[in-house]
Design a protein around this ligand. Structure first.
Ligand SMILES: Cc1cc2nc3c(=O)[nH]c(=O)nc-3n(C[C@H](O)[C@H](O)[C@H](O)COP(=O)(O)OP(=O)(O)OC[C@H]3O[C@@H](n4cnc5c(N)ncnc54)[C@H](O)[C@@H]3O)c2cc1C
Length: 288
């Protein structure tokens, strides 16, 4: 059994996020990235869940494949949107029976174009409680955190209070990507002020494509700082230079986070390995 809360108690974790491939070409790209990242011996890897259950089987299969075919510890994402409580309970029970120890419990956004999205479990916190019931002692349960506030929250203070309450039900958090160290530190301070002591792992998105990062930022409520956007736009037609800046900026953020005592680093790999490997090679990660 490898629970992420136990790993976090031993020192900073390094983790990588992947999405389940849609077809055979995608699977080849993913497994190449996995083969290149496995030697870095990450603490765990996570597998996203498609909006509204669109990747239900593919997420399950990849999580179980990782468990059976690699040395990696997987974490399964699960979203409540467009699932009944019964369906979510069944999915969690399947993970428990497959000896999957780690689950990231999310509310999920409405799938694009969905006419009548529904949530029988309205908040991620409700899914945490269901996962506790279904998993018993097995599951270590994580939740999402948004350093700059959830994009739909109109009141940052209320959003922080909801986050603190949700984290206290769970074991740890993982953040949306962000670019400013202060946004993360302020969130941690706000949580501590609300009596929340759960570790929150910062999420890191290496910039490799200007348009893509701006689209992701818009969707997730993260802001690309003006200076960084300006720097990237001056070289946007030179992919190698964009990537070089992306790696440099992410390396600095990661090192600052580790130096500030962050409990780990979670890399959004987008199923590619090279930027993550370069950043990892640049870092001094404190031992347990
Ligand atoms: C690390 C990470 C991984 C993710 N992985 C996936 C994935 O695999 N698949 C996917 O589809 N999406 C994923 N997402 C996106 C996520 O589903 C969305 O951000 C979603 O909009 C919010 O999910 P949540 O779990 O944070 O929701 P919640 O914690 O339920 O919060 C949603 C909103 O409700 C508010 N709220 C919470 N509790 C209360 C309350 N009691 N009263 C009033 N308001 C309340 C919050 O302030 C917030 O504005 C991920 C996000 C992150 C950060």
């Amino acid at each position: 059994m490898t629970r992420i809360d136990h790993l976090l108690a031993q020192g900073p974790t390094i983790s990588f996020e992947f999405f389940p491939p849609r077809n055979e070409d995608g699977a080849r790209v993913l497994w190449k990235a996995l083969a290149e990242l496995e030697p870095l011996q990450p603490s765990f890897v996570s597998v996203t869940y498609g909006a509204g259950g669109s990747t239900r089987e593919r997420t399950h299969r990849l999580v179980v494949d990782l468990l059976e075919r690699t040395s990696l510890t997987p974490m399964a994402h699960l979203t409540a949107v467009n699932h009944t409580r019964q369906e979510l309970g069944d999915i969690l029970t399947r993970y428990r029976d497959a000896a999957v120890d780690n689950v990231l419990a999310l509310r999920g956004d409405p799938p694009r174009g969905a006419e009548d999205p529904f949530w029988e479990l309205e908040r991620a916190a409700d899914l945490v409680e269901l996962a506790r019931e279904a998993g018993g002692e097995r599951f270590s349960i994580g939740v999402a955190a948004h350093p700059e506030g959830h994009p739909l929250a109109s009141d940052l203070s209320a959003d922080r209070s909801h986050l603190a309450a949700k984290l206290q039900l769970a074991d740890f958090g993982v953040t949306q990507f962000f670019f400013r160290l202060d946004d993360y530190l302020r969130m941690v301070e706000d949580l501590a002020a609300r009596g929340c002591d759960r570790p929150v792992i910062p999420g890191i998105m290496p910039v490799t494509n200007v348009r893509q990062i701006e689209r992701f930022a818009e969707l997730s409520g993260a802001e690309v700082p003006v200076e960084l956007a300006a720097r990237l736009h001056t070289v946007e037609d030179d992919p190698a230079e964009v990537r070089r800046i992306g790696v440099e900026v992410a390396t600095q953020l990661c090192q600052d986070l580790l130096d500030a005592g962050a409990p780990g680093l979670h890399f959004y790999t987008l199923n590619r390995s090279s930027a993550t490997r370069e950043i990892h090679a640049n870092l001094t990660v404190p031992g347990p």
